[in-house]
Design a protein around this ligand. Structure first.
Ligand code: ASP
Length: 359
């Protein structure tokens, strides 16, 4: 049985049970009922770390640090830093794909479970580690989100060095996009394409990492260069607390990658945490929120395929207080990184729709 069939059947079974109880109108009873918060006492113990598929090095690093007793937020950030500084990851930090104007603008957020404090930066230019700046927003300001020029000035005031973040590879990809946008403009593509330029069409992304330490405390971080060739100043879900990242230290942590506008409009990460608080296991919590994103997209009437499903992907990641982790995507074929206390490896995400079912 496909995961979505299983999910729908379970939801229908639950609905039938509630209808059978004869309490109130069907509409109200169809809503998921609170089943109690995860019981922290029943977690197996030991650190757990979950990340997006590019984040296997992040979960590995975070796990090492957690095992050495690091704070959960510091561990998540240190994991994410490995992607931010990696020129080969074209979705995050240094080497990220630039905006329409060829300028790399970065978004990042961090959240610390035990103190419920958060920090974020958006449209930050020329600073390689936006997640570290986000952490300073959390620690050294009475604010949560700094953007653009103000975020850059804040980072420089704290001693961050400016750096050109546009690598040759990202510049060539951007140039290819620029030169193939229209046959009516002045830009012409070269006769032959370099392989690295061909490859970018398959990509898109962000790094998210959520961790749980041995004491049961959570930390999380999301960092991205955002949608490829975005309109300058566009900010996605990653630096928005409640969208690209959210933690309730009594329940769990969640994050998102994929089309940020859809995640923001559904308060993605916050919704996943709420579902876990109502008793859903992490994977199921992600699926419930993705179902909602699909329904909202239908209502918006844009970005739909011929069968009325979202024509984009969103991947949600969840980790609960017990150390249970799960991830789901709108479309099949996605993976996530998980250190489950023993092994650090990629696993398949659950999904709503199988790619081959597409029109
Ligand atoms: N969520 C990111 C954004 O919308 C992009 C991505 O994950 O592909 O900025």
């Amino acid at each position: 049985m496909e995961r979505r069939d299983f999910f729908r059947r379970s939801a229908l079974a639950a609905l039938a049970l509630r209808l059978g109880s004869g309490n109130g109108p069907a509409q109200a009873q169809a809503a998921p009922e609170p089943e109690g918060r995860p019981d922290p006492g029943s977690r197996p113990g030991g650190p757990v770390a979950i990340a997006s598929s590019n984040g296997l090095v992040a979960t590995g690093r975070a796990a090492q640090l957690l095992e050495a007793g690091a704070d959960p937020l510091d561990a998540a950030i240190a994991g994410v830093n490995l992607l931010e500084e990696d020129p080969d990851d074209i979705t995050v930090g240094y080497g990220g794909i630039p905006n329409e104007d060829g300028v790399v603008q970065l978004d990042a957020s961090v959240m610390h479970g035990p103190t419920h404090r958060a920090g974020a930066v958006a449209a930050l230019e020329r600073i390689m580690y936006p997640s570290k700046v986000a952490k300073l927003v959390l620690e050294r300001t009475d604010r949560i989100l700094l953007v653009g020029e103000g975020a850059l000035r804040f980072a420089k005031a704290h001693g961050f060095e400016e750096k050109e973040l546009l690598t040759e590879r990202a510049r060539k990809i951007w140039m290819h996009w620029r030169e193939t946008r229209s046959e009516q403009d002045d830009w012409l593509p070269p006769a032959t394409l370099e392989p690295e330029v061909q490859e970018y069409l398959k990509n898109g992304g962000t790094v998210h990492c959520s961790v749980l330490d041995a004491k049961g405390d959570l930390g999380g971080c999301t960092s991205t260069s955002g949608l490829f060739f975005k309109i300058p100043g566009r900010v996605g879900d990653s630096p928005i607390i409640g969208a690209g990242l959210y933690i309730d230290n009594e329940i769990g942590s969640a994050g998102a990658t994929g089309r940020g506008e859809a995640v923001i409009a559904a308060c993605g990460a916050h919704s996943v945490v709420l579902e876990m608080g109502r008793g859903a296991a992490p994977e199921e919590a992600c699926l419930r929120v993705l179902e909602r994103i699909a329904a909202f997209t239908k209502r918006q009437g844009r970005h739909l395929d011929r069968a009325g499903r979202p024509d984009f992907n969103v991947v949600l990641y969840a980790l609960d207080k017990r150390g249970r982790a799960g991830s789901a995507a709108i479309w099949s074929g996605r993976r996530f990184a998980l250190f489950d206390g023993k092994e650090n490896r990629l696993r398949d995400c659950a999904y709503l729709y199988k790619k081959s079912e597409g029109p």
